[in-house]
Design a protein around this ligand. Structure first.
Ligand code: ZN
Length: 147
């Protein structure tokens, strides 16, 4: 049975600190230097996380099996932005898909280039456009382009 908890409180978002789990992000970034995506696979259920988690959220066990994930994948959902975060209109609409890479169960968000918003669809095949000079940072994965 699922349980929902309601916590009545004031949340000061400006002091929130993001906690990076284990070595998953470090592994992913070092792989990105070589234009590879490295996830972590659960040995029990086979779920592949990217960035890798130190535990399986389904099995509740520690996991540490590094596995290469494809840099091609499928658009699972997407949004089209017509304004920036301040509400100023963009010169060109911006497509932001959630992509499920081949051999991976996680969805990764990014920008999609090289296609008109009206031509984007769920199930569309895309691939990573890697930066030519990679440094082992999130910017190594520039954006997605149609496959
Ligand atoms: Zn599992």
């Amino acid at each position: 049975m699922e349980e929902t908890r309601i916590v009545n409180a004031t949340w000061d978002v400006s002091t929130f600190k993001y906690r990076i789990e284990g070595q998953g992000l470090t592994r992913m970034l070092s792989g990105m230097r070589d234009a590879k995506l490295i996830g972590i696979k659960c040995s029990k259920c086979g779920t592949v996380y990217l960035p890798g988690s130190f535990y399986c959220r389904k099995c509740h066990i520690e996991i540490d099996e590094a596995i290469e994930v494809g840099d091609h994948g499928e658009v699972m959902t997407y949004t089209v932005g017509y304004a920036d975060v301040r509400g100023n209109p963009l010169e060109e609409p911006r497509v932001s898909p959630m992509v499920k890479f081949d051999g991976c169960d996680a969805w990764v968000m990014g920008a999609l280039e090289g296609v008109k918003p009206e031509d984007v669809h769920v199930g569309m095949r895309v691939k990573v456009a890697w930066a030519e000079e990679r440094t082992g940072s999130l910017q190594d994965m520039q954006y997605f382009i149609p496959e």
